[in-house]
Design a protein around this ligand. Structure first.
Ligand code: MLT
Length: 257
C-alpha cells in the first residue's frame, strides 16, 4: 500500500471547537453548504475534499479508508489542530470510523450521517468492483445516472447530483470504490467509542436499512439516533435545518463533556 498522504483541499469558516465534515462518495465538500449558516456561530468548520474528490489530488490506486483518514489527520496537523469532532456522510462515515480507530485520542465526538459500521456483503463488494471496471472502460455516465437516483427521491436534487458526479475524477471514483469494497467491519470499534456519537438517518434512504441503523444505535455508549423521516441518503441537502439542528446538538454535547 502507498502510505503517503496527499494534501487535501479544504474550506474553513466559523469559530469554536473544530468540527470536520467529511462528504460521501463521489461528491465533495459543497454538499454541506446548506447546514453551514446554522453551525458557523457554534464551531470552527473544516470541510475537506477527500482524496480523489473535488479539488484534492486523485492519485492512481486503491484508497483504503485508513489512508483517507490519514490524509485528514495530516490536514489537521497542518492546521495545528489536535482534537476534533468528526461528521462523516456515508463514505465519510467509514473514514471517520477509520480515523477513530487510528487516532482515538484526537476524537472528541462523532456523527454518522447516512452511514454505518458494517463491511460490504459479498454481492455489494462485487458490485463495486463491477462499477469500477465500468467506469474505467466507459466513464462516469452510467454510474452518475444510477447513483443519483439512489441518493434522493427528489427529481430536481437527483438531477443536480448527477451533474456533480459527472464532474468527478474517474481515477478517484475507482480508487474510492475499491477502498470501500475492502473496508473491514467496524461495529466492534463503534462499541468502544467513549465520546458522544450521533447517528443521523433518513427514513427514505435506499442505501441504508433501518436494521443497520438499529444495530449501530445498540452499540453506542454515549449518543443517540436522530431520524429524519422525509430525508433519503442526503439529509444535509434534503432536510438541512433538521440536520444542522442534530449537528448543533452534538456540538452542545461536546461542550458539556
Ligand atoms: C456514499 O454516499 O458515500 C456511498 O453511497 C457509500 C456507499 O456506497 O457505501
Amino acid at each position: 500500500m502507498d502510505t503517503r498522504t496527499v494534501d487535501l483541499y479544504s474550506q474553513q469558516s466559523g469559530e469554536g471547537f473544530p468540527l470536520v465534515l467529511l462528504h460521501g462518495f463521489p461528491l465533495d465538500h459543497t454538499i454541506w453548504q446548506l447546514v453551514l449558516p446554522a453551525l458557523q456561530g457554534k464551531a470552527r468548520l473544516i470541510l475537506p475534499d477527500l482524496r480523489g474528490h473535488g479539488r484534492s489530488p486523485a492519485p492512481e490506486g486503491v484508497y483504503p479508508m485508513r489512508q483517507m483518514a490519514e490524509d485528514v489527520a495530516a490536514l489537521l496537523d497542518s492546521l495545528n489542530i489536535e482534537r476534533v469532532a468528526l461528521v462523516g456522510h456515508s463514505m465519510g462515515g467509514y473514514i471517520s470510523l477509520a480515523f477513530a480507530e487510528a487516532y482515538p485520542e484526537r476524537l472528541a465526538g462523532l456523527a454518522l450521517v447516512a452511514s454505518h459500521s458494517a463491511a460490504d456483503a459479498p454481492e455489494r463488494r462485487q458490485g463495486r468492483y463491477n462499477t469500477a471496471e465500468e467506469v474505467r472502460l466507459h466513464g462516469l455516465e452510467g454510474m452518475a445516472e444510477g447513483m443519483s437516483q439512489k441518493l434522493t427521491r427528489h427529481p430536481g436534487l437527483a438531477a443536480e447530483l448527477r451533474e456533480r458526479i459527472l464532474k468527478a475524477d474517474p481515477t478517484g471514483v475507482i480508487g474510492a470504490l475499491k477502498g470501500m469494497a475492502e473496508r473491514p467491519e467496524m461495529g466492534w470499534l463503534l462499541s468502544t467509542i467513549a465520546v458522544p456519537v450521533m447517528i443521523i438517518a433518513g427514513g427514505q434512504d435506499s442505501l441504508l436499512t433501518p436494521a443497520q441503523v438499529a444495530a449501530d444505535e445498540a452499540r453506542l455508549k454515549r449518543g443517540k439516533t436522530v431520524w429524519i423521516p422525509e430525508a433519503g441518503h442526503m439529509p444535509m441537502m434534503e432536510a438541512p435545518s433538521q440536520t444542522a439542528a442534530a449537528l448543533a446538538a452534538l456540538v452542545d454535547m461536546l461542550q458539556t463533556d
